[in-house]
Design a protein around this ligand. Structure first.
Ligand code: ADP
Ligand code: MG
Length: 256
């Protein structure tokens, strides 16, 4: 069959820090338009994997291809430019900027004229800026944070900030979305709301999603496929229900 055009393929990914192997020959693929969950106990290497995929960390060995392009070795802005957007396990919003400006920052890579010339009030830049702001407002409405557009991001409740992070990633018009624990620290109602937005965005925007999540309910509900890591190694993979009854997974989680 033809190689997946917008799919992600991770092969033999190894990341070593001084004296520690955080990822050890990990491989998996994310099919276009699918949700793939990356799970495993704390310290398994999930965030490290995200950091390699987004260009924050360098792979010691192995490769990452997205839509036919090798991502390993590219700087973060080049990877973002290829349509890979991420959220962080810990909030990474600019707390003092308004929600709207946070989303505009997410959109930066699409702004041909750039914000500097927008500041000089060149007519084209102004028109582009208006178009971007309109799109950012649409995305805010889509994610349900439009009522907060003018508020400083840091002044809002934690659950709202997590959705703003998602909105900022969507403002980049990504093809692949990397979500690191999107519902961590949220209550039940906030979790359901976030799950709905992710499921809807995936359908409407035909996104591929790589999801790191501890909430197995979320994983069961959202993921088509699951990869399980433990101490940097891939110990299991399959559909959510296959993985849930895999003895290796039970051992990893129960520490047996
Ligand atoms: P997870 O997200 O699955 O909880 P991480 O990827 O954050 O796991 O961490 C995997 C391992 O790599 C841990 O032992 C962690 O301490 C280590 N690690 C992560 N980042 C660094 C770093 N920058 N320097 C040294 N060790 C790191
Ligand atoms: Mg982590």
């Amino acid at each position: 069959s033809e190689p997946a055009v917008t799919g992600l393929a991770v092969t033999g990914l190894t990341v070593r820090f001084a004296g520690l192997t955080a990822l050890d020959g990990v491989g998996f693929t994310v099919a276009p338009g699918s949700v793939h969950a990356l799970i495993g106990p704390n310290g398994a290497g999930k965030s490290t994997c995200f950091n390699v995929l987004s260009g924050v960390y360098r792979a010691t060995e192995g490769g990452v291809r997205f839509g036919g392009t090798e991502l390993t070795g590219l700087p973060p802005h080049r990877i973002a430019g290829l349509g890979v957007a991420r959220t962080f396990q810990n909030l990474a919003l600019s707390r003092h900027l308004s929600v709207e400006d946070n989303l505009m920052l997410g959109r930066h890579r699409l702004t041909r004229a750039g914000f500097a010339s927008a500041g000089l009030r060149l007519p084209l830049a102004r028109r582009e800026d208006r178009a971007h702001r309109a799109r950012v407002r649409d995305i805010a409405r889509y994610v349900g944070v439009d009522e907060h557009l003018n508020a400083p991001a840091g002044s809002l409740p934690y659950g709202v900030q997590k959705r703003i992070e998602l909105a900022r990633a969507l403002a980049m018009e990504p093809r692949l979305l990397l979500l690191d624990e999107p519902v961590a620290g949220m209550n039940g109602a906030e979790r359901r709301r976030m799950a709905e937005v992710i499921a809807r965005a995936r359908e409407d925007l035909n996104l591929s999603v790589l999801l790191v999540e501890h909430d197995m309910g979320m994983v069961m509900r959202l993921a088509d496929e699951v990869t399980v890591l433990d101490f940097g190694r891939r110990i299991a993979g399959g559909t959510p229900s296959e993985v849930q009854r895999d003895p290796a997974v039970l051992r990893a989680y129960l520490g047996a």
